[in-house]
Design a protein around this ligand. Structure first.
Ligand SMILES: NC(=O)c1ccc[n+]([C@@H]2O[C@H](COP(=O)([O-])OP(=O)(O)OC[C@H]3O[C@@H](n4cnc5c(N)ncnc54)[C@H](OP(=O)(O)O)[C@@H]3O)[C@@H](O)[C@H]2O)c1
Length: 337
């Protein structure tokens, strides 16, 4: 079977198409024919070496896949041949507190991922696909959608009528916009592009801010929220945006620290956080239970993810390059053919 491996830190040119033997199947494992894979910014970070991983292993790339069950081990009770399934990012975090070593079993990093015609995974690392989604759509769920969910509703404890601040129009932020609107939140979203902001309005964004034409965009957020700020901010920017995100979040609100799009090194003044009694919470995707909760909302509200572009398996390097360009709106997906 065909797969792509990537060598962490060796750049996009290290993406290598390989031919592998099918893996053996243990009693509690499921063999899945992968039909679609979605890319995340993490996949770029792994390629460029800015994602912490043990050296010396070139995993099968990417973490988010959807497909159908080809074979089940003798002790598998949750799935049968033909079921449509989607992967979970962590293979060993069912629910509750995150196990300290769960990072060792996150797909497409310390262990092999899903950019392959066929994968063998624990039955606990899979969930059924919401009935209204196709494979391409389902492949967008495991990282971007679950991170949006845990940021807004687990860390942020958002309630209907609360205001959510979302930065940029990439995979996490557009998923956050969709689940926030479905749950009755008011949304403020930023982008470098007026055209992308117009598309965000089409998805229900209540307020939009171009962060290029408004470099002090936190002032705009305050203006649009009568000086109060957002109840929860999904902070995907990292060092370059964190201080503004803290300023744009209301007293007692939550900044869900998700990403590092602008880097990791910054001077940080703790006073605005402290005197506003605001919570700054690191997010690491979520558990299988979090994904199940998110999927229930997606199914109940019949949410369909925004897919910017679909690439073929052979076009995988072009898909990575497109992600790196930042031109996309929402998610990029590879169809396995
Ligand atoms: N901690 C976790 O569990 C977790 C999970 C998922 C993702 N992440 C992280 O979250 C970040 C986003 O991931 P993603 O997959 O959504 O990335 P993505 O799809 O590549 O998003 C890229 C978009 O981010 C926006 N952006 C870039 N710089 C910005 C800035 N200075 N201010 C506001 N927006 C900016 C741009 O939107 P415009 O073109 O509209 O300007 C860009 O198109 C990454 O750092 C990723 O590693 C973390």
């Amino acid at each position: 079977m065909k797969a792509y491996r990537i060598t962490p830190g060796a750049g996009l040119q290290s993406l290598e198409r390989v031919e592998l033997k099918s893996a053996p199947l243990a009693a509690r494992e499921v063999r899945v024919r992968i039909r679609a894979v979605s890319l995340n910014y993490r996949d770029l970070m792994i390629a460029t070496g800015s994602y912490p991983l043990p050296a010396g292993f070139s995993p099968i790339a990417a973490s988010d896949g959807a497909g159908d069950v080809l074979e089940v081990g003798s002790a598998v009770r949750d799935f049968k041949v033909g079921d449509r399934v989607v992967t979970t990012f962590f293979q060993t975090w069912p629910s509750g507190e995150r196990p300290a070593n769960s990072g060792h079993l996150a797909l497409g990093g310390a262990i092999d991922g899903v950019l392959a015609e066929e994968v063998v995974l624990s039955q606990h690392g899979l969930l059924p696909i919401p009935a209204h989604l196709d494979y391409l759509e389902a492949a967008t769920l495991p990282v971007a959608a679950v991170t949006a969910w845990t940021s807004l509703f687990v860390a942020g404890r958002a309630q209907p009528g609360n205001t959510a601040l979302l930065l940029g129009t990439g995979g996490v932020s557009i998923w956050a916009l969709q689940v926030a609107k479905a749950a009755g939140l008011r949304t403020v979203i930023t982008s470098s592009s007026d055209e992308k902001l117009e598309r965000a309005r089409g998805l229900g964004a209540d307020e939009t801010i171009n962060y290029r034409t408004h470099p002090a965009w936190e002032q705009e957020v305050l203006r649009l929220t009568q000086g109060e700020g957002a109840h929860v901010t999904v902070e995907v920017g990292g060092a370059g945006t964190l201080a503004r995100s803290v300023a744009a979040t209301r007293a007692g609100g939550t900044i869900a620290l998700v990403g590092v799009l602008t880097g990791v090194a910054a001077d940080f003044n703790p006073f605005p956080l402290l005197f506003g009694a605001k919570s700054l919470t690191g997010i690491l995707v979520g558990s299988r239970e979090h994904q199940a909760q998110l999927q229930r909302l997606v199914e109940t509200k019949q949410i369909r993810p925004v897919i910017d572009r679909v690439f073929s398996f052979a076009e995988t390097p072009a898909a990575y390059a497109h992600l790196q360009s930042g031109q996309h709106f929402g998610k990029l997906v590879i169809a396995m053919g």
